[in-house]
Write a protein that binds this ligand. Structure first.
Ligand code: THU
Length: 134
């Protein structure tokens, strides 16, 4: 049986890096970019957008997902997500973003910088027992 092709990691990482340049991160000075690959083969990107009321900050991953839906509607099916930051430090999606990724990509593969280079994980490894209403 043919092995299922992994999504194009390099292309997705490049898209995330481009989006990272648009980050609004005056408080943490930690710029993050994310890129979402859909099952239709499209790529949507996002960056972190901070706020003086820190808790209102939107992570790069959620910005990318919300941008995808704003552009193409609610039938989003996420195949993969790539996350990058401008410090080259380990950075996996936060808990809130894991839950939002799971909503639209229960089979999604996540690429992120680990302690020893790029890591790849299934969303259910990052978020066991994710919550779903459907
Ligand atoms: N951040 C992201 O955008 N994505 C992550 O995966 C980790 C954290 C942002 C939120 C905040 O603007 C800054 O990084 C520091 O936490």
């Amino acid at each position: 049986m043919a092995k299922k092709q992994p999504p194009d990691r390099a292309q997705l990482i490049d898209a995330a890096k481009a989006a990272m340049k648009n980050a609004y991160a005056p408080y943490s000075k930690f710029r993050v970019g994310a890129a979402v690959l859909t099952s239709a083969g499209q790529i949507f990107t996002g960056c972190n957008v901070e706020n003086a009321s820190y808790g209102m900050t939107n992570c790069a991953e959620r910005t990318a997902i919300f941008s995808a839906i704003a552009s193409d509607g609610p039938k989003l099916d996420i195949r993969a997500v790539a996350v990058v930051n401008d410090r080259g430090v380990p950075c996996s999606p936060c808990g809130a973003c894991r839950q939002v990724i799971y909503e639209f990509g229960p089979e999604a593969i996540i690429f992120f910088p680990g302690a020893k280079g790029w890591k790849q994980a299934h969303i259910t490894e990052l978020l066991p027992e994710g919550f779903r209403l459907k």
